[in-house]
Ligand binder design. Structure first.
Ligand code: GDP
Length: 593
């Protein structure tokens, strides 16, 4: 492709607004797949865990041929834990598609990713997706998007953003809200017309910035990025400019371009191309691959600081080794350090004990995914309660603040506001559009959200929806930020359980349920503040499926014992407890002092 025929774009959205479906459809309709080839594999989420959680953890590249053009689409994770990656991707592209659900409108992750795109001077194409939904409200959503652009400081050019209305599900699109064409042509054309082609020159000395890392058993480390200028050739010698200002020699063993979802080996690539390079052993994100005759480094990429840390320990319970195959400190250490190969925002520190490591990451999701992957690989380990990493800025202690957006039935508004007040949340917006649902927006210390979800679900009888994303660092607020009556998570052995943990946040040690009560895994018990009853919520896959009341001394019986979800466990873990993780189970246990 000539440079004029290349379009490099990122796709950004709140989770579930339809990125993956959209890219799938763009690929399908571009005709590069024969019909049976796209059935199973969805374009972007290739890892099971990503698919289950509906998130994209590592950015994935898709290259879509359209007429004489090549559209490179880089997927971005919407979750704030992966903000550093989003920023890096913004530097690699010339435009973005912002996908917004035509019913849900702008959500915290929409705000988060849009903020990054605008800050990088990109003019997003706004895709109002799911236009087929019966409750779709496209014109209101466009107004919301415009407000958000203004609030985030968009410049005049950015405020002129192009809009495409689409149903990724049906494979239709249009520039017009009222009627859909029966294909994605409007979408392709809007991309071709509005996203600039790369302007870098192939005639200058080579520069390539390593922006993303992948790893493959056979190829080792794979560096992904955009050729910033010049030409890169398979087999050529290059200089690698390291993050610390050093320089070393290397050879380009293998060079790949992208075609559809595949990496295709290629002889050479030029300025503006997005490529993958294998064979440089210790290559890392932020390093520049340059012409050895003319080695110049690009500005070093910023890597996000960790905000949350946990201790990872060898499982030393008397039952260790029964359920997992990897149980020694050596194995644990190797696995954690291996993770550093591809994950730059992770930090692993050794401790005085060879059995314990302090693992610091971007948030609960980031660390939770690592733990879950290890569990599935056969590791047994213990993890401690996550702790927010407080930062020193100009001699002041600062803590992470989240922006929380909630939709609740009108009648629950008072109770929800009260519960968040106790957690030191500050309300910044409230919209009551008379539909019976109220949208509230808060800024809240990240600590205050730990363990809030169950409380919130019982206050809204399961009808509330909450979403949050990192906003900023703010002065550390003194004291506890937890609510009064948080809830109890229980753990079991063989389905018949003893109660291990009383997990109030402020009322630590208060008994909500008699110890020894018969309970089953997956059960969350919390106090209903209004009538002092105990409300029992059974959480399945984060969905509240059943609510019933019980009195304080009730023995509660339930069928279908199931695992804790790891997220629940991490959210509710108390200081004197740890979580035991094995391939078969996630258990909360009291620390033996
Ligand atoms: P992602 O998290 O942004 O990648 O979202 P997905 O592409 O996985 O879509 C999330 C859900 O929304 C899936 O159940 C899709 O089938 C559904 N979805 C995606 N696009 C549309 C659409 O245009 N209309 C409707 N009704 N549903 C859609």
């Amino acid at each position: 492709h000539s440079r004029q025929e290349i379009r490099n774009i990122a796709i950004i959205a709140h989770v579930d607004h339809g990125k993956t479906t959209l890219v799938d459809k763009l690929l399908q309709q571009s005709g590069i797949f024969r019909d049976h080839e796209h059935v199973q594999e969805r374009a972007m989420d290739s890892n099971d865990l990503e698919r289950e959680r509906g998130i994209t953890i590592l950015a994935k590249n898709t290259a879509i041929p359209y007429k004489d053009y090549l559209i490179n689409i880089v997927d971005t994770p919407g979750h704030a834990d992966f903000g550093g990656e989003v920023e890096r991707i913004m530097k690699m592209v010339d435009g973005v598609l912002l996908v917004v659900d035509a019913y849900e409108g702008c959500m915290p992750q929409t705000r988060f990713v849009l903020g990054k795109a605008l800050a990088h001077n990109l003019t997003p194409i706004v895709v109002v997706n799911k236009i087929d939904r019966p409750a779709a409200r496209p014109s209101e959503v466009i107004d919301e998007v415009l407000d958000l652009f203004i609030e985030l400081g968009a410049n005049d050019q950015q405020l002129e953003f192009p809009v495409v209305y689409a149903s990724a599900l049906n494979g239709t699109s249009s520039k017009n809200a009222d009627q859909q064409d029966d294909n994605m042509k409007a979408m392709y054309d809007t991309i071709i017309e509005n996203i600039p082609s790369p302007t870098e020159s192939v005639d200058e000395p080579l520069q390539f910035l390593v922006t993303l890392m992948d790893y493959n058993e056979y190829l080792g480390r794979i560096a992904i990025g955009r050729v910033n200028r010049g030409i890169i050739r398979q087999g050529q010698s290059v200089a690698v400019m390291t993050r610390d200002g050093g320089m070393k020699q290397a050879r380009i063993e293998k060079l790949f371009g992208f075609q559809g979802l595949k990496r295709i080996e290629t002889d050479q690539a030029g300025a503006g191309d997005i490529i993958a390079i294998a064979g440089i052993k210790d290559i890392n994100i932020g390093e520049t691959i340059a012409d050895p005759q003319n080695p110049e480094a690009l500005p070093v990429l910023k890597i996000d600081e960790p905000t949350l840390q946990m201790t990872f320990l060898v499982n030393n319970s008397p039952f260790a080794g029964r359920e997992g195959k990897w149980v020694t400190s050596r194995k644990l250490r190797d696995r954690l350090f291996f993770e550093l190969e591809t994950d730059v925002s992770l930090r692993v520190d050794e401790t005085d004990s060879p059995d314990a490591f302090i693992v610091s990451g971007r948030g609960e999701l980031h660390l939770g995914i690592l733990i879950e992957n290890m569990r599935r690989e056969g590791y047994e380990l213990q993890v401690s309660k996550p702790e927010v990493i407080v930062r020193e800025v100009d001699g002041k202690k600062m803590e992470p603040i989240e922006r929380l957006l909630i939709d609740v039935p009108e009648e629950s508004t008072g109770a929800v506001m009260e519960s968040l007040g106790a957690r030191k949340a500050e309300m910044v917006n409230m919209i009551n559009n008379g539909t019976g649902q109220v949208r509230l927006e808060f800024l809240i210390p990240a600590r205050g959200l730990i363990g809030y979800r169950t409380n919130f679900l019982s206050l809204t009888r399961g009808y509330g929806v909450m979403n949050h994303a990192f906003d900023s660092y703010g002065p550390l607020i003194g004291g506890q930020v937890g609510g009064r009556h948080q809830g109890v998570l229980v753990s079991t052995e063989n389905g018949n359980a003893t109660l291990y943990g009383i997990l109030g946040v402020e009322d630590r040690g208060t008994l909500f349920v008699e110890p020894g009560a018969e309970v089953y895994e997956g059960m969350i018990v919390g106090e209903n503040t209004r009538d002092n009853d105990i409300v029992v919520n059974i959480c399945r896959e984060k969905q509240l499926t059943n609510v019933r009341s019980a009195t304080k001394d009730d023995t509660v019986k339930m069928k279908t014992p199931r695992l804790f979800s790891l997220e629940q466990a991490l959210e509710y873990l108390n200081d004197d407890e740890y979580c035991e993780i094995t391939p078969k189970n996630v258990r909360m246990r009291k620390k033996i002092l």
